[in-house]
Design a protein around this ligand. Structure first.
Ligand SMILES: Nc1ncnc2c1ncn2[C@@H]1O[C@H](COP(=O)(O)OP(=O)(O)OP(=O)(O)O)[C@@H](O)[C@H]1O
Length: 245
């Protein structure tokens, strides 16, 4: 008998409306999809197609207007704000295009911050281990302004990993980086999937970044358009050209 596929996140009939009346925008419409544990999925589509909205609904940062989001076996649509905050802290990692590090804190303190805000104090060993995991074992005392963009994004990844999240969501993680530093960050995300069994879901505009994923899903006008397995730069670019990007 075939083993059940282990889904880290499942969206069932998810829709998201913004505003009311004549000004109402449908950012997502009836999206059904799931993200398999231990895989990397890229989310692509033209500007305004709903990629960030999908990511935010899947990560529990935004609440869908309709439908259900499951993180593992938990239906997050049914959680109270406090329960959702706890689940986000413990099970979700989120990385932003602009790193969102605290400029006055060194790398160690930035990594420890979310746990400290949640009332825990991670040990120095824990923090250094996660910095080592992202290749910054020797940069713990450096502030963001003393690091390159790629290093800052790796600190942000370490900060997301400190709580050992089930899923790592990334919104344009290489959008602010040059080609070489983008590759470093993508290599790191790929190695987290391959060597640590991490689940990664990332929004990107870049076919080169998407080609690092196991699967690409495409959105148009808030709806799921299709997917590509084992994507290449060429196959992703072709699909995006078809979508009119
Ligand atoms: N807070 C909001 N209020 C009103 N409309 C919104 C809001 N957030 C997003 N939208 C609209 O929802 C639609 C989807 O937006 P979203 O940011 O998810 O798209 P995207 O594919 O991530 O776009 P981009 O590639 O340009 O970042 C767009 O029409 C956008 O203008």
């Amino acid at each position: 008998m075939q083993a059940a596929i282990d889904q880290a996140v499942t969206l069932r009939g998810v829709g998201r409306l913004y505003g009311r009346g004549d000004g109402q925008v449908t950012a997502l419409r009836d999206v059904h999809c799931s993200f398999i544990r231990g895989t990397c999925t890229a989310v692509m589509g033209p500007s305004g197609s709903g990629k960030s909205t999908l990511l935010q609904c899947a990560a529990g940062l935004d609440r869908p207007s309709f439908g259900q989001v499951m993180i593992g076996n938990t239906d997050i649509s049914s959680l109270s704000e406090n329960e959702l905050t706890k689940l986000r802290r413990e099970q979700i990692g989120f990385i932003f295009q602009s790193f969102n590090l605290m400029p006055s804190l060194n790398a160690r303190k930035n990594v420890a911050l979310p746990m400290r805000l949640a009332g825990h104090r991670p040990s120095r060993v824990q923090v250094d281990q996660v910095l080592q995991q992202v290749g910054l074992g020797d940069r713990g005392k450096h502030r963001p302004s003393e690091m390159s963009g790629g290093q800052q994004q790796r600190v942000a990844i370490a900060r997301a990993l400190i709580s050992q999240p089930d899923v790592l969501f990334a919104d344009e993680p290489t959008g602010a980086l040059d080609t070489n530093t983008s590759r470093e960050v993508l290599q790191l995300l790929r190695s987290l999937v391959d060597n640590a069994g991490q689940t990664v879901v990332m929004v990107t505009h870049d076919p080169v970044a998407a080609a690092w994923a196991d699967r690409v899903i495409f959105l148009t006008d808030g709806a799921l358009y299709g997917e590509l397995l084992n994507p290449t730069v060429e196959s992703v670019s072709e699909q995006m050209a078809r979508l009119g990007d």
